[in-house]
Design a protein around this ligand. Sequence first.
Ligand code: NAD
Length: 251
Amino acid sequence: MMTVQEFAAKIRESDEIVVFTGAGISTESGIPDFRSPGGLWTRYKPVTFQDYLSSEAARVEAWKRRLETHEAHKNAKPNIGHYFIQSLDQKGKLIGLITQNVDGLHSEAGLADDKIVELHGTNRRIICLKCNKSFDPDEVIRRLVGDFSSPKCDACAGILKAATISFGQAMPPEAMRQAQEWTEGAAVFMVMGSSLQVQPAASFPVLAKRNGALLAIINREPTPLDEYSDFVHHGAIGEFCGRFGEMIADG
Ligand code: NAD
């Protein structure tokens, strides 16, 4: 296992870095993750894609949950972790960022769209499942008052859904292809804030390592891939990036 100084030296000399983020990078922006104690997982069973398609009750339940969190998530701001990744790109070191998050905070931190793959889609858009028309979440959510029924497309009456990938829904092929290409080209693959328990996303660090990348994991809790990694830090991302950002500042 490398020391943090050795890892910093690798980051300073590499211009082929891929970063992979999960919900843990956004908890310090006030968006809860799924699997930490008290996380969303412990309170809510996910609505699967099949349930969403077939059951009005499931759709209403999904929108009720969205209503509870919409304002807080909309107002969330990127934190030092998101800016750290953006700074790697500014230094010409980043091949790309692969994220499991749907909160849009990497874009808001200034990272260019062509450097971001959102494996699980985005919450910042609502789409019609029939005609693909795209809607601003605020407009759709504003209409959900009282005993509402699930929103429908104003063009074709199709079912509307957040542009996220739900359990049971196929992974987006172009995002998967791009993520795989970046991963295979990585000299350093850095995981930040993911429990690495969700497939197929968690397979990317394994692919990177098999292709000879240095694998680093920054996460508060242990992950199943810690033993397989070259550098592991168990702690808060904000605190780590503060110190680590200074260590690589000359790179
Ligand atoms: P996860 O909830 O399974 O795991 C998050 C990990 O981050 C945990 O292991 C936790 O220990 C760690 N963590 C939390 N806060 C941290 C911090 N400040 N510093 C360091 N580590 C921290 O998340 P996941 O692996 O990303 O998978 C959850 C799924 O849920 C994803 O597929 C994602 O699509 C979705 N999700 C997204 C968001 C979001 O967009 N912000 C939020 C919740 C869930």
